[in-house]
Write a protein that binds this ligand. Structure first.
Ligand SMILES: Cc1ncc(COP(=O)(O)O)c(C=O)c1O
Ligand SMILES: [Zn+2]
Length: 411
């Protein structure tokens, strides 16, 4: 059950490279390198469907992951998250077949664990000693945790207003944390300026070939959990876009493996009205996205003014017949509450954006209410609960009348 990894290929110029050395972007054109596998051989030799004993983590697909020696796998049990039906939320939004994939159950509370588990494992396998990443918060937590488990140094750079819980988590894992007066793009500039001279391996989103391999397992799992088919619509909160790019890649791989047919979901990218470079480029028919000026939103993971994989995100959306829409911070906060109240799922702001986005799409008629829809709830709300501040009564246990009065007057 080894990896069928064969080489790296540039997603823009097509140049190929050996996969067995540490690499970031394409040396020829600076764009995104993607891992390629010998899928014909994997198709002949892999019997996933008849092998019940595989681990219930993303490592159940080792053939399609880049780690060559299983002893290099650094795992905290990431992946194989529940695919839940969301009937009450579905009724409220007016759609009949709504499901959610609860990525908040991953180690460190978000789907970033998938990408980092695979990137850190592979970086360790290829000899990296210290890792660096710019992050809105969640990716830094994941990288710090996996680096700790692998015995590697972690250097993380976050905007100074990144959630306090994210900062505390990174510090608890022993990472070197730096707060940056600026956005994630400014954090990235520091990593690229300082990293090479200091021996840091840069694991920024899509500037390193293997985080997307971890994220693509969301696509493999979704197909497997649905009995080797895909839903009609996938709604995904998009910042750097690794998840959407990864899942789109997974679908092609699975078709070549003979695991699914050629039907594809419509891929819907949700961004914030305060930072929507992909939505704007999609609406303007552009293949690349202009950087967004003055990006501002409470959904920190969506505050990505410029994504290196913009052309890959836009390609996936268009090739799938999907769309891209923006939602406001107020809609996001409302959606967070609705998700908790209707389904018992306390989700992050980014995850809540999918609910707000779907609401718009159903109302505007862009998504058929009878379609089978999956929302990717990419993170847990526990990491950044401050957005749900509601006043709460305090009781004095010895003041019996006072207690009763307060309890009786609660709405
Ligand atoms: C919870 C959450 N959802 C979504 C995103 C955006 O993910 P991607 O970079 O894959 O577009 C992030 C990124 O920080 C995030 O933390
Ligand atoms: Zn290239």
């Amino acid at each position: 059950m080894g990896s069928y990894l064969s080489h790296l290929e540039c997603s823009a110029c097509g140049q190929t490279y050996s996969a067995d050395e540490l690499r970031t972007v394409c040396p020829a054109c600076g764009k995104v390198l993607l891992a390629r596998y010998d899928l014909a051989r994997a198709r002949e030799q892999t019997r996933l469907k008849d092998e019940p004993g595989r681990p219930t983590s993303l490592w159940r697909y080792p053939e399609l992951l880049p780690v060559r020696d299983p002893s290099n796998v650094v795992t905290l049990g990431e992946g194989w998250t529940p695919l839940l039906s969301a009937n009450r939320l579905g009724r409220a939004l007016g759609c009949r077949r709504l499901m959610v994939k609860d990525e908040g159950l991953n180690p460190t509370g978000s789907f970033k664990a998938r990408g980092m588990a695979v990137a850190v494992s592979r970086a360790k396998e290829l000899g990296a000693r210290s890792l660096a990443t710019p992050s809105a918060g969640n990716a830094a937590c994941a990288m710090s945790a996996y680096a700790a488990r692998a015995g590697l140094e972690a250097y993380v750079f976050m905007p100074e207003d990144a959630p306090a819980t994210n900062q505390e988590l990174c510090l608890s894992y022993g990472a070197h944390l730096f707060l940056v007066r600026g956005l994630i793009s400014d954090c990235g500039r520091i990593v690229r300026r300082e990293g090479p001279g200091r021996g840091w391996f840069d694991v920024s989103t899509l500037r390193e070939p293997y985080r997307v391999e971890g994220k693509k397992t969301m696509g493999y799992e979704l197909a497997e959990q649905l009995g080797w088919r895909l839903p009609d619509v996938i709604v995904y909160p998009t910042g750097g876009g690794t998840g959407i790019v990864g899942m789109w890649k997974a679908f092609s791989e699975m078709q070549e493996l003979g695991w699914i047919d050629d039907r594809r979901p419509r891929m819907v990218s949700v961004q914030s009205t305060g930072c929507a470079p992909i939505v704007r480029a999609f609406q303007n028919g552009q293949t690349y996205a202009e950087p967004w000026a003055e990006a501002r939103t409470i959904a920190g993971g969506l505050r990505v003014p410029s994504a290196i994989g913009d052309y890959l995100i836009l390609r996936a959306i268009r090739d799938s017949g999907g769309t891209a829409i923006a939602v406001s911070d107020d809609e996001i906060v409302e959606a967070m509450k609705r998700m908790s109240r209707d389904e018992g799922l306390f989700v992050s702001t980014e995850a809540a954006a999918t609910v707000a986005g779907l609401d718009q799409l159903i109302r505007s008629g862009s998504v058929d209410p009878d379609a089978e829809i999956v929302l990717f709830l990419t993170g847990s709300g526990l990491l950044n609960p401050a957005t749900t501040s509601v006043s709460r009564p305090v009781l004095d246990p010895d003041d019996v009348d006072g207690c009763r009065r307060v309890i009786d007057t609660q709405p």
